[in-house]
Design a protein around this ligand. Structure first.
Ligand code: SAJ
Length: 473
């Protein structure tokens, strides 16, 4: 079977490799000609995904995977393009995803704070007033989905299977993809072409395993489309492949990420409550989770990544009156970056009281979660910008992101008056020990702000001042 995958990003490229590895002839297509050239020269744009480099090499050298900047006639078309979030302000529409800290190229935030603080901050501020309908003014930007559909239309023939994998508001497969295809091919999506939605569900950092082993939900525009798409996914997925209709599949994907966002929001709310009550939220959560039917996620500095902070808005835009809890969860999670700033400010004030000045702050971890080099929508970058906006000199360190790895952890510890642990990378666990930090910093130990339940009580016992998010004092 010949398969054309449109969009060679975080999802499309690994998907194209896995499908090629299963023995299908795959043409991977991207409008970014530099990326196409890079991939054709054996390069790779996705890092920290075990086995992907080997798999890509195998898929390309076997001839099963080719990469190009234009689609070709195929039997199956997969659309795996981004659906960013946009914020409507009056008549103007702005990208609400995270442009902030792009100016932080050398690991120091520097640069124009006005641009640094970004649309994301504006979005978060707007969301704090949940009684207004601010959250409802976010919209999925479907331009990439539309462009991708237009690009395949000249190559789609009767009997072909067209699958949308991008995360989209419910109804998009029917109202956008099918409408464009019907208009431009003259073929009928309920009779001639088979159209389905099959949302991706893979966890960054464990992509290849999850691409093969996760169950897949596949929703067709009609029974034939569902059956055909289920059979196709069964040719390379080892998990169960379950059929439904397209709108249900679209909704299920959004429900999954919204579930996680709401759960994290509850953990974050309890973190704020614990600070007021003088309780340690991390201890409380681990004890509560011993109940057989309780399963809290962890609090932290906010929710990042390209999915969880975005997808709930697709539900909100589809059902703004009903999605009250979902809006509130977004509001709480967006607020956490500001809460971290408040904790930093109170730590600095306390330091001043004992004659210590917190001026240079070392931000540890720039990626949106542990052990990946992905900084999309990262709360860390937003917090770094907010701190710099308050006059701190900010150094960002992240071993997984080249431009934030230029300064070593040792140098950051030497220069920083305070360290804020924002991303709990495993390497920090081995490198950040009480002895190590002492041997680098000498007498003048950096004060620590921990947002991930990372530093245990041994640090306090060894004379460090550690302020913890979610831990009342
Ligand atoms: N986070 C917390 N506390 C937690 C867990 C996560 O604050 O207990 C934060 C992380 O620090 C991070 C954010 O949430 O900033 C998101 O991380 P994540 O690991 O929860 O999720 P993603 O964005 O890496 O991947 C999610 C996954 N969805 C679900 O688990 C329901 C993945 O399976 C999806 O394929 C992916 O979104 C996607 O592409 O939609």
């Amino acid at each position: 079977m010949k398969v054309c995958v449109i969009g060679l990003g975080y999802i499309g490229f690994p998907t194209a490799c896995v499908i090629a590895d299963a023995g299908h002839e795959v043409i991977g297509v991207d409008v970014n000609v530099d990326l196409v050239e890079k991939l054709n020269n054996g390069g790779l744009h996705i890092v920290n995904e075990d086995g992907l480099a080997d798999l890509a090499k195998r898929a390309c050298s076997s001839g099963y995977l080719r990469v190009s900047d234009h689609p070709e006639k195929s039997d199956v078309f997969i659309l795996a393009v981004p659906t960013p979030l946009r914020h409507r302000k009056g008549s103007a529409t702005e990208v609400a995803s995270q442009p902030s800290a792009q100016s932080c190229g050398d690991g120091k935030t520097g640069g124009d704070i006005a641009t640094c603080v970004s649309a994301r901050e504006a979005a978060a501020t707007a969301e704090i007033d949940v009684s207004s309908h601010a959250a409802a003014s976010f919209r999925a930007d479907l331009s990439y989905v539309k462009d991708a559909t237009h690009s395949i239309a000249p190559f789609v023939k009767a009997g072909d299977l067209v699958i949308l994998e991008s995360t989209v508001p419910p109804g998009t497969t029917a109202n956008v993809v099918c409408n464009i295809l019907q208009r431009e091919t003259g073929l009928d999506c309920s009779l001639d072409i088979l159209v389905a939605h099959a949302p991706e569900r893979v966890l960054p950092g464990n992509m290849l395993h999850e691409l093969k082993h996760n169950d897949r939900i596949v929703g067709g525009m009609n029974v034939d489309a569902t059956e055909c798409a289920v059979a196709f996914y069964k040719s390379f997925v080892l998990g169960d492949v379950i059929g439904t209709d397209a709108t249900t599949a679209e909704t299920v994907k959004l429900m999954e990420n919204t579930f996680r966002d709401v759960n994290i929001a509850l953990a974050n709310e309890f973190a704020l409550i614990a600070e007021r009550l003088g309780v340690d939220v991390f201890e409380a959560i681990s004890l509560a989770n011993r109940h057989p039917r309780v399963s809290f996620l962890k609090p932290g500095p906010g929710v990042g990544g390209h999915c969880i902070p975005i997808d709930p808005y697709f539900i909100i835009q589809s059902a703004p009156e009903e999605a009250q809890l979902i809006k509130l969860a977004r509001c709480i999670n967006s607020y956490m970056t500001y809460h971290v700033l408040c904790l930093l400010e109170s730590l600095a004030q306390e330091a001043e009281g004992v004659g210590k000045r917190i001026h240079t702050v070392g931000v540890l971890g720039a990626s949106y979660k542990a052990n990946v080099g992905d900084e999309r929508e990262s709360p860390s970058l937003e917090i770094a910008c907010l701190a710099e906006n308050k006059g701190y000199d900010v150094i960002i360190h992240d071993p997984y992101i080249e431009r934030f790895a230029k300064m070593s952890l040792k140098e950051v510890i030497q220069q920083a008056d305070a360290l804020i642990l924002l991303t709990d990378h495993d390497v920090y666990k081995s490198q950040l020990t009480t002895e190590n930090v002492k041997s680098i910093a000498g007498e003048d130990l950096p004060w620590i702000l921990d947002t991930r339940g990372f530093f245990d009580s041994q640090w306090d016992a060894e004379g460090y001042r550690v302020r913890r998010l979610g831990v009342g004092e």
